[in-house]
Design a binder for this molecule. Structure first.
Ligand code: UT7
Length: 325
């Protein structure tokens, strides 16, 4: 049986120039490079320059993906952009990117699922393609979390970074089984009972300010290590694949200990795990496409590889996807 698949064409990414080492935080906070590395695996992260907005980072990643695909912006039917740090409350950051890259037609919108945002955006783009509403869609994850940090809170401000990643998907005919290229399964979950574990203490309809990120790190950690392994299994079960068939686990890059635990529970050796958390920190919705694009640029992700992606964040919201490159 022939089915429509959302198949990957190319990916791209952008990291702001400013590198911030762990040691920089020791000037103002009671923390250390040793603690940050031991508890999170993070060595450094990038922060956007004052003039750079989330849309600027996203547009750079979008241009990189288009260049790698050998495509023009006019060939895109839609942009689905995941962010929790939009330029403004509205218009959507996606429409700014649409304009910045010179995409005249089609449509663009944002998706909000914080660190799980890329999974939600991928799911949305996949649905647009398989239902025939769009042929070619750019999925972007872009964040400037440095703008919502409380610099006096050592439990959060050392963990996050800025960046953007983009993935172009296009409709392709497939056989309808796990050998097809493209998005093979996406599993999403959320549970608003956990809103208070990870949130921003502001917003237009509450404080009329953007607010700062607040997190009960230990509790989020506990949810992450159980929920990510469960949803990763769901995504593989859906397509009848075993973990031994996975070429790369591309996890949300929040904490190396969470990544190692999920890999173990999913039955994947660390040689098959994409790890960029040491260099990028937690870039929320940008982390998966950033990691994927870096690995692809290094020649490590090849046509036909089965990728398993997973993420969890504020909401709580979490999800996983299986996609053949
Ligand atoms: O992307 C969205 C999803 N987010 C996540 O996945 C993050 C999940 N959580 C985590 O990654 C970890 O929980 C953290 C890295 C945030 C923290 O690691 P932890 O092992 O859970 O540490 P903890 O929060 O239990 O804190 C241990 C100690 C505390 O001191 P006491 O209470 O034991 O005296 C903290 O006050 O470490 C202290 N601490 C720090 N010490 C030095 C917290 N932050 C720091 C710091 N430097 N930056």
């Amino acid at each position: 049986m022939s089915v429509l698949r959302a198949a990957p064409v190319a990916c791209g990414h952008y990291l702001p120039e400013r590198v911030v080492e762990n040691d920089e935080f020791t000037k103002t906070l009671d923390t250390s490079d040793e603690w940050i590395q031991a508890r999170s695996g993070i060595k450094r992260r990038r922060f956007a320059a004052p003039h750079q907005k989330t849309s600027d980072l996203a547009a750079e990643a979008a241009r990189d993906a288009l260049a790698k695909a050998g495509m023009e912006a006019s060939e895109l039917d839609a942009i689905v952009l995941a962010t929790a740090t939009p330029d403004q409350t509205f218009p959507s950051t996606a429409t700014r990117v649409q304009h910045e890259i010179g995409m005249k037609g089609g449509f663009a919108f944002d998706v909000a699922a914080v660190c799980a945002g890329f999974m939600y955006a991928l799911s949305t783009a996949n649905a647009l393609i398989v239902t025939g509403q769009a042929k070619t869609v750019m999925v972007i994850g872009a964040e400037t979390f440095s703008r919502i940090m409380d610099w006096s809170d050592r439990g959060t401000c050392v963990l996050f970074g800025d960046g953007a990643g983009a993935l172009i998907l296009t409709a392709e005919e497939g056989a309808g089984d796990k050998t097809d290229r493209g998005v093979l399964s996406v599993k999403l979950h959320s549970d608003g009972a956990y809103n208070n574990l990870l949130y921003v203490d502001g917003g237009p309809s509450t404080t009329q300010t953007a607010g700062f990120l607040r997190m009960e790190g230990r509790k989020v950690f506990q949810h992450a290590v159980t929920k990510l392994a469960e949803v990763a299994h769901e995504a593989l079960d859906e397509i009848g694949a075993g973990s031994e068939e996975v070429d790369w686990l591309v996890p949300h890059q929040a904490n190396s200990r969470i990544i190692e635990s999920t890999a173990k529970k999913t039955g994947l050796p660390m040689e098959k795990v994409v790890m960029t958390v040491a260099e990028h920190g937690n870039t929320s919705a940008a982390s998966i496409p950033l990691a994927l694009s870096e690995w692809h640029a290094r020649g490590l992700v090849k046509r036909g590889d089965l990728l398993l992606m997973e993420a969890i964040g504020g909401g709580l919201a979490w999800g996983a996807a299986a996609m053949r490159w």
